[in-house]
Design a protein around this ligand. Structure first.
Ligand code: DON
Length: 568
């Protein structure tokens, strides 16, 4: 037998290659979830371990936080198909090391053929099943346009950033127990709302560790890799979307797709106890109501209160009630309606809003409505990124409900959103999150439906300090609010701020929704004050990255899901 001699330098080089390979390629069939990381150079916290690893690997390859965000977002579209997406939309907040803050609005828009009463029957009754499931529920997707708007701030070539996503789609990955159970639970809906049987449907049941291969999705991603934005909004993928619409009585057209534009906006920035909060402006309501809530808290000296006491829980509930009453009345797409933003967040207005707040006594949403404005001149996913230079990204993206409208574009392998349900389909009729709205959020062609997504970066001395966000529909702004108060006012650790119980009030329905682990004595005290309470299993999946005094980075993924952090 011939002996093959391998020169020593090659062995070294091979082991190095292997080392970098194993470092840079998580094994998609066997990976671990990390709830916490402490590191120096950079971190990603997202809903899925493979996606967080994909993001961190792009940092290790010389990318910045924007590169990592794009790699993470694309990977989530494959490994977290219930919410990660290319058929949905979302919002991205970027802080660049040069001090610049940028907001990218890649929210879906209503198709050109949409109309105000499109979900009402002949008697004027709301048909919310049509705004929630199937082809008609889909808004024009914004995610791919959002990614290319962000590419302006990235360093690495796009094909590098999309490669992990293509690999996960083409070669498959092992699904978690949670994902297996979601696929199984949704099986009948997948069958009902599709014109062909999607890949998420299996004859027998899915189980933990099964491999999910998404060949059609891999091909859609390759078209984006090869043709950029046009690889989605024009050509084969666009045609597959339009054909799918025609088969299922949907209304998205080629024109809707070619005309979709992500919008770069000025982020909403406000001061809070010596730090600067950078968050999302309209078309998300999240930033405005976060500013309202945090300012009202500071007027009432919440820092003197403590976490999970009757005092703090009541104050925050009353603050949330007032912010959500304003949301329902005044907020909508600023390109379509005039929104009195400056007044809504002004100190004088917010002090007036709290005038009828009585400690120890429950308010009620019959008497407490939106404020008076004087004449003026179930699913989403969030991730955080920071890099070694101090660039940071906070991004929330969604299909709206789990698996969106449940319709997969046949031949293209991706799910479409059911974001049309975030419009107010009829004044006063609650959407799937129980939120009500009025004229400001009525449906109109090409209009953005009002969101609650609240990707947020808090700066201290103009450098990223806290990066935070969560899914959860209307509970998003209240979870971000509570997490920030926990960190800034109650000085809690990031793990506690993420994992300890959350609660939520959204004006209507007039109840406090509380996580089951919430302190029972506090609940009793709140009931005595006159509050109605509803228990819920879990609120949101908050991710936090925080930079500590010594410059080290701590990242925390929510215990409520498969959320996982990676760092180096
Ligand atoms: O934009 C919004 O506010 C909703 N479409 C978000 C949906 C969501 O967070 C679902 N997640 N649980």
């Amino acid at each position: 037998m011939k002996k093959i001699m391998i020169p020593a330098f090659l062995i070294l080089a091979m082991s190095f290659v292997q080392f970098t390979f194993s470092q840079e390629k998580p094994n998609p069939y066997k990976y671990e979830i990390h709830k916490k990381v402490v590191c120096k150079n950079g971190a990603v916290a997202s809903a899925n371990a493979l996606a967080s690893e994909a993001g961190v690997n792009s940092l290790k390859q010389g990318g910045n936080a924007v590169d990592a965000a794009i790699a993470t977002q694309l990977a989530l579209a494959v490994v977290f198909p219930q919410a990660g997406n290319i058929g949905g939309g979302g919002f991205m907040i970027i802080h660049l090391k040069n001090g610049k803050n940028i907001a990218i609005d890649f929210r879906e828009v209503a198709p050109g053929e949409a109309s105000r009463d499109m979900y009402l029957d002949l008697n004027g009754n709301a048909q919310t099943h049509l705004s929630q499931d199937g082809h008609l529920a889909a808004g024009v997707p914004g995610s791919v346009a959002g990614i290319f708007a962000a590419m302006k701030y990235a360093k690495l070539p796009f094909k590098k950033l999309i490669k992990p996503a293509i690999d996960f789609a083409e070669k498959g990955f092992a699904i978690s127990a949670l994902e297996a159970s979601l696929n199984n639970q949704t099986k009948n809906q997948f069958i009902k709302f599709n014109t062909t049987v999607p890949i998420f449907v299996k004859n027998d049941l899915w189980k933990e560790g099964d491999t999910l291969i998404q060949k059609d999705l891999a091909n859609s991603l390759k078209r984006i890799r090869d043709y950029g934005e046009k690889g989605f909004y024009e050509g084969e993928t666009a045609q597959l979307i339009v054909d799918e619409m025609k088969r299922g009585k949907g209304i998205i057209t080629n024109n809707d797709l070619t005309n979709y534009k992500a919008i770069i906006r000025q982020p909403l920035v406000f001061d809070y106890e010596g730090s600067k909060v950078v968050t999302m402006p309209l078309s998300s309501s999240g930033g405005i109501i976060l500013e309202q809530m945090m300012k009202m808290s500071s007027f009432e000296n919440i820092d003197k209160m403590q976490f999970e006491t009757p005092q703090s829980a009541q104050l925050m509930t009353e603050i949330e009630r007032r912010a959500f009453a304003d949301r329902a009345k005044y907020l909508g797409d600023p390109d379509f309606v005039k929104v009195p933003v400056a007044t809504l967040v002004s100190d004088s207005y917010l002090k007036e809003r709290l005038k009828d707040y009585e400690p120890g006594k429950a308010g009620n949403s019959k008497d407490i409505k939106e404020g008076v404005i004087p004449e003026e001149s179930k699913e989403t996913t969030h991730f955080d990124v920071i890099d070694k230079d101090g660039n940071a990204v906070s991004e929330t993206t969604t299909l709206n409900g789990w698996f969106g409208c449940k319709t997969v574009v046949a031949g293209a392998g991706f799910l479409l959103n059911n974001e049309m349900d975030d419009f107010s389909v009829k004044p006063g009729v609650p959407n799937m999150f129980g939120a009500v709205g009025a004229d400001a959020n009525a449906i109109a062609p090409h209009k953005r439906m009002l969101s609650s997504m609240t990707p947020t970066i808090v700066l201290k001395n103009n450098k990223p300090w806290i990066i935070v966000g969560t899914p959860g529909g209307t509970t998003i702004p209240t979870s971000v609010y509570q997490t920030l108060v926990d960190l800034i006012d109650f000085h809690m650790s990031p793990e506690d701020a993420v994992d300890k119980p959350k609660f939520h009030h959204q004006w209507l329905p007039d109840v406090i929704i509380v996580e089951q682990s919430f302190d029972k004595n506090v609940l009793e005290a709140l009931k005595k004050m006159g509050y109605a309470i509803t228990m819920t299993k879990g609120i949101g999946r908050t991710e936090v990255i925080m930079v500590r005094h010594d410059g080290s980075i701590i990242g925390v993924g929510d215990k409520r899901g498969d959320d996982s952090v990676a760092g180096y």
